[in-house]
Ligand binder design. Structure first.
Ligand code: FAD
Ligand code: NAP
Length: 542
């Protein structure tokens, strides 16, 4: 392949267009350009690399994957040189890391930043993608690789009177790089998901008053943030090979051994002991998947875990009315949260909680937020209201496949993807973290997919193949597999972005393969190219 350096397909501007400069896009540019020698153009609408970590600069932004595993594993030296302070990474640390990746592999020169891809048409006569940007440029490429991010398109609820509010308004994922001065201000936060929890803890000590508008109470466990010693880091690095092997063959890839013990088969005392131990160790995924093997599948086990967390809330929160409002009911079946003192923050005198399920938000006024029980005056309003997950950035692009079919129409009943990366009617489109992909600590899933994509592109180039496209049968079968697995879990019953339930009007569908990364990797291996149609007729390579 190397002798094909600077290979360029005849009549084309680029061999591949890559969209996105997060973990996914960056690694794709490296594989396609540096390893396969393809001519690559990449775009991101941010002004630099980082993706999620470029946009989410809100106070308190932190990974909930441990530092040693929230990174790419493909380059031994990069791993060896990696450094971090705590067992979780702050947003500036992750952004700095992704900048290091970009520098090390000289990735920036392929990017055109501050550029949004607005349209992508597959031309059936040439078999090329025609990619248009908001700068008015259209380029052609054989392959379109999208790393658009699955938690990237922001969800800003369209409250009545939003434009009338005289204070400042920010979505957490569009936080200004220069920061926001919140000192001494009356601040409101709408949303108590992973983001809301982090921002609430971080800003409470600095603001004059913080009003938290909570719609659904959350189950959250301690994150267990601590400094990691040089000796610990050295040991991790010495064992990296084993660590990555374990993560990539596990379910959630969070770097701990997932439990094989059922919660309902041990005594109440043993349950309590295991939960307490996990509570003290920290980590949301560890609490859900490292304690027992049936928290996410068996209602009785799930209730045991939920009940343990409720008891902790009762113990931590001093004001009984606030504790009542914070108390989650029902299933513990969303992406598990962890925090560095969330419930305790509500013991502060300058923090108050408004239950907007009991008293819904009616409108924004020039002075603040009006709910059915009154008006809350604010200087700053923060939307920690999450994302139009998975397909949100796809449906924003005028993306058209065979016969002019649009992605919006194709996915009207919910997004679909064969093996989480490809779609019928959209030949030569490779989606990183596309619909029906794995639900895990994401960098190892991203690596798995980018490596599969690069292998496939290599195979196509070497064999003069014009197009690849999954068969409808293969795609349907994969979606059925995803649904069967999802139905075995309680996640499908917990309303969240994982199923598209957080966006008003969005169809609730199975958007993930919940079978785990190890099984996903096996499925990729077993599938080979069986479910794909390769077309050689338009082979057009110099
Ligand atoms: P992203 O990093 O989202 O990058 C996508 C890029 O594509 C963005 O820069 C976007 O601007 C660009 N883009 C999209 N559409 C267009 C377009 N039309 N034109 C041009 N550019 C476009 N996951 C974990 O596993 N562990 C964690 O601890 C964790 N913490 C998180 C914390 C926060 C606050 C958030 C929001 C997410 C977190 N995630 C976490 C999920 C995180 O998104 C992934 O881990 C990972 O960063 C995704 O990388 P990506 O490259 O796929 O997408
Ligand atoms: P989220 O989990 O979707 O939470 C959004 C919050 O906003 C919820 O509390 C939701 O309430 C509320 N909300 C939405 N619309 C509302 C409305 N109209 N009125 C009132 N409240 C409204 O989003 P997120 O917190 O940004 O997290 C998304 C994902 O990003 C996480 O699950 C995780 O994968 C990732 N993330 C990870 C970390 C980390 O720990 N490393 C940090 C941040 C994000 P309801 O619950 O009632 O819908």
């Amino acid at each position: 392949m190397n002798q094909r350096n600077n290979h360029k397909t005849k009549g084309l501007d680029f061999d591949a267009v890559v969209v996105g400069a997060g973990f996914g896009g960056l690694y794709a540019v490296h594989k396609l350009r540096n390893e396969l020698g393809l001519n690559v153009r990449a775009y991101d609408n941010g002004s630099d690399v980082g993706g999620t970590w470029y946009w989410n600069r809100y106070p308190g932004a932190l990974s909930d994957t441990e530092s040693f595993l929230y990174r790419l594993s493909f380059d031994k030296e990069l791993l060896e040189e990696g450094d971090w302070k705590h067992n979780y990474l702050t947003q500036p640390e992750i952004l700095a890391y992704l900048n290091t990746v970009a520098d090390r592999f000289d990735l920036r020169r392929s990017y055109q930043f501050n550029t949004k891809v607005t349209a992508a048409y597959f031309n059936e006569e040439t078999n090329y993608w025609e990619v248009t940007t908001d700068k008015g440029e259209t380029v052609t490429a054989k392959f379109l690789v999208t790393g658009l991010g699955l938690l990237s398109a922001t969800n800003v609820p369209n409250f009545k009177g939003r434009e009338t509010f005289k204070g400042e308004q920010y979505h957490t994922a569009r936080w200004p790089g220069s920061g926001v001065d919140l000192k001494g201000k009356r601040v409101g936060v709408i949303g108590t998901g992973s983001t809301g929890v982090q921002v609430i803890i971080a800003i409470a000590p600095e603001v004059e008053h913080l009003t938290v508008f909570q719609r659904t109470p959350q189950y959250s466990v301690p994150i267990g943030l601590r400094v990691q010693s040089d000796a610990e880091k050295a040991e991790i690095k010495a064992n990296y090979e084993e660590i990555w092997k374990q993560a990539k063959s596990s379910a959630v890839a969070f770097g701990f051994e997932e439990s094989t013990v059922s919660a309902v088969e041990v005594s109440k005392e043993e349950q309590e002991r295991i939960f307490e131990e996990a509570w003290n160790t920290g980590g949301g995924f560890r609490f859900m998947f490292g304690t027992f093997n049936d928290i996410a599948t068996n209602p009785e086990a799930n209730e045991a875990a939920a009940n343990f967390i409720r008891k902790k809330i009762q113990e931590i929160v001093k004001d009984p009315e606030t504790a009542r409002k914070l108390m989650p009911t029902g299933l513990y079946a969303k992406r598990p949260l962890c925090d560095n003192g969330y419930y305790n923050t509500f013991n502060r005198d300058n923090v108050s909680l408004v239950d907007v399920k009991e008293n819904p938000i009616v409108e924004l006024t020039p002075k603040g937020v009006r709910t059915t029980d009154g008006e809350y005056e604010l200087d700053v309003l923060i939307y920690a209201t999450g994302f139009d997950a998975v397909d949100g950035n796809y449906t924003k692009i005028d993306m058209r496949g065979r016969g002019g079919v649009t992605v919006r129409d194709k996915w009207a009943d919910g997004p679909t993807g064969y093996l989480g990366m490809t779609n019928t009617d959209f030949p030569n489109l490779f989606m990183i973290l596309g619909p029906n992909g794995p639900f895990t600590n994401l960098p190892p899933s991203i690596e798995t997919q980018v490596e599969w994509i690069a292998d496939t592109v290599k195979y196509m180039v070497e064999n003069d193949i014009a197009t690849i496209e999954p068969t409808q049968e293969a795609e349907d079968e994969w979606i059925t597999t995803c649904r069967i697995i999802s139905d075995q879990t309680l996640f499908s019953k917990g309303e969240s972005w994982i199923f598209g339930a957080n966006i008003p009007g969005k169809k609730n569908t199975v958007m993930f393969y919940l079978g785990g990364l190890g099984n996903y990797r096996k499925a990729l291996e077993e599938a080979g190219y069986k479910g794909f149609i390769f077309d050689r007729t338009m082979a057009n390579v110099e």
